[in-house]
Design a protein around this ligand. Sequence first.
Ligand code: ADP
Ligand code: 5GP
Length: 207
Amino acid sequence: MKRRGVLLIVSGPSGAGKGTLVRAYVDSREDVYLSVSATTRSPRAGEVDGTSYHFTSYEQFMDMVNEGQLLEWAEYCGNCYGTPKAAIEQMLAEGKDVILEIDVQGAMKIRSKMPEGVFIFVLPPSMEVLKQRLIGRESESNTSVIARLKRAQTEFLLIDKYNYVLVNDTIEQAISDLDGILRAEKCRIERNKNIIQEVCGDVISFN
Ligand code: ADP
Ligand code: 5GP
């Protein structure tokens, strides 16, 4: 029987580098799928519909919600964001690992539905670096930078609900840490019951 894939949920304040990190990681791994969320926010320069996000109108987004197409959804700084359900279930069943890059509210909803998920909180090395990264990305107005920095403070309150913290100082180190987490998770006893039973036989019984 094929081993089910690992579901990784990555959150953290806007500008911490989550997108950069998970994109670089999945680009180097064929067996890891990055979920593409739906959002009502407008595309930033360089963002591609269907790859960065599924960009939708508010009405289209609400249709997806009402039709039960989303695993979770949340409002973040004035826009709606949600995780399409079907693709994730298919990938996990095929044994592929799946990364969701979502905000803390969405992560907490997934945590109650899928507690086997691996919850990772990405931090910047300092708040000053976070601010500089948000400004340097040139994607936000001054007001939006301030809103996102303020939002970071409420996100930090939920950090103890996560399994891992990953400080994104250099991107190389962050990628290596993410890879380390996934590799360790794949070796967990709970995820390897079939092979254990196959090798050890009737001596072992899982309750
Ligand atoms: P998030 O997805 O968390 O909002 P991004 O991935 O968009 O953050 O990164 C925010 C900005 O910081 C981008 O301009 C990105 O190029 C930059 N960045 C991300 N990680 C690093 C890093 N380790 N070192 C320096 N700059 C980084
Ligand atoms: P951004 O506008 O910077 O791309 O994303 C803003 C926030 O929305 C980030 O914290 C990002 O992780 C989160 N986000 C992206 N997709 C989803 C999603 O599908 N669900 C939820 N709950 N949050 C999401």
